[in-house]
Design a binder for this molecule. Structure first.
Ligand SMILES: Cc1ncc(COP(=O)(O)O)c(C=O)c1O
Length: 420
């Protein structure tokens, strides 16, 4: 009889049973039934003008010697030298950053970059266990299971502010941000998944000063940030200094299928990440790199983001907010100020059931959202918003989003009514 397969600790920490895998499996099963209103995932919109740009680029590539290189060559572990030069040039010209190709590496999407980074920076260091500190919970669900040692990821609960336009906004509680020598790095996503928050320049400066004072990296997940895809609706400046590690992904630009991200940081980090990446995957996918190389060189990537991608998501965000307000009427709902990314973060104050049950009830009515508690990992104490919030994605077909919001409002109204 075959011996029972015994999965290692490494396998268990990455395997079934973790929140994200359960959720992804559940979403997958629900979607397989068809006819679902998908407002759950992080898929970017398929924007026809953007698809046209990349279709053209692909056609042009096919007729050049680059095509054979793109499909037929293992590039060096850091990535394609021409593409890294092109990106360094773009960042120098556009942001005046002191950066060159030695500060850049390619990984298979931001997800891989974070897995490698967290485990390279934190975990066991001799007798010490070091951790990654997220200064502002809630944070991106995809980080939650990436630490290979227990309790590697810790987070600080937010300050909640309300503005006079009826939105709330999470702010970093700097009084609770304790950095001792167990902290290996700080990490934020900006704009933030799940909330659509954009940390202010002031908050970023304070984080950078803290990183500097403690001589630790400040990791900035720029999946939705500038220069690409630039899904930011506020006037803010990107940050780069000697402690910054920045990830820039091609996914939300419209190329998630190419699995390509760029990491910018000190050469020692670049070397460590690209070595680990080489051990795990040997070399990167070349397709995304070739598709964007000339757009980096001539700067047209900036125009594409500024003139097409950003306005597209801005108007989708405004539309989603209007639909939520209309559908909910006087049923209690609070919306996090949508400042970027592709989500609305909704809070139902005094919801008599946890949002995980709301998720189940919505799923039974064909609507898929993500319940809030998945994004509150790493906290020492529970936060009331954990079970009162959901994330909904507004990037998919507008008709689906509008119908989904209508059902959501109807279900929340019914839940409040049942308890009154
Ligand atoms: C904040 C954030 N970081 C990283 C990722 C990972 O994206 P990718 O691996 O496609 O670059 C995502 C995907 O949704 C995200 O929202």
């Amino acid at each position: 009889m075959a011996k029972k397969i015994d999965i290692s600790q490494f396998g268990k920490s990455l395997g079934p049973g973790s929140g994200i895998i359960e959720l992804m499996d559940d979403l997958g099963k629900a979607m397989a039934k068809g006819d679902m209103l998908m407002m759950g995932g992080g898929n970017p919109a398929i924007i026809p003008q953007v698809v046209d740009v990349f279709r053209e680029r692909m056609r042009a590539l096919i007729d050049t010697p680059d095509f054979a290189r793109m499909i037929g060559v293992y590039d060096p572990r850091q990535g394609n030298e021409q593409v890294l030069q092109a990106l360094a040039g773009l960042l120098q010209r556009h942001f005046h950053w002191d950066i060159d190709a030695r500060n850049l590496a390619v990984t298979g999407g931001g997800q891989t970059a974070f897995f490698l980074l967290f485990n390279l920076l934190a975990g066991k260091h001799g007798t010490q266990h070091r951790r990654i500190l997220f200064p502002l919970a809630p944070e991106y669900i995809g980080y939650a299971n990436q630490g290979l040692t227990e309790d590697m990821l810790i987070a600080v609960p937010p300050i909640v502010e309300h503005d006079d336009e009826g939105f709330f906004k999470y702010r970093i509680d700097f009084d609770r941000l304790e950095i001792d020598d167990s902290i290996a790095a700080l990490c934020v996503s900006r704009p933030t998944n799940p909330t659509g928050n954009v940390l202010t320049d002031g908050e970023m400066r304070r984080l950078a000063d803290l990183a500097d004072a403690h001589d630790i990296p400040l990791v900035i997940d720029n999946a939705y940030g500038a220069p690409f895809p630039n899904i930011i609706f506020e006037e803010v400046n990107p940050l780069w200094d000697r402690h910054t590690i920045l990830t820039m992904s091609l996914s939300k630009l419209g190329l998630p299928g190419t699995r390509t991200a760029f990491l910018a940081g000190p050469p020692a980090i670049i070397d460590a990440v690209s070595s680990a990446n080489c051990v795990v995957t040997l070399a990167n996918n070349n397709v995304g790199q070739y598709l964007v190389r000339d757009l980096f060189n001539d700067g047209s990537i900036l125009r594409l983001c500024q003139e097409t991608i950003q306005p597209y998501y801005r108007s989708r965000a405004l539309q989603a907010v209007a639909w939520v307000r209309e559908a909910f009427g006087d049923t209690p709902v609070e919306i996090h100020r949508p400042e970027g990314a592709l989500f609305l973060w909704l809070r139902f104050p005094d919801l008599p059931i946890p949002s995980s049950q709301l998720y189940e009830r919505l799923k039974a009515r064909r609507v898929i959202v993500v319940p809030g508690h998945y994004f509150f990992f790493g906290l020492e104490e529970r936060h009331p918003h954990e079970h009162q919030c959901i994330r909904m994605t507004y990037s998919q077909d507008p008709a689906i989003v509008q119908e989904g919001i209508g059902i959501l409002a109807d279900e929340v109204r019914a839940i409040y009514a049942e308890s009154s």
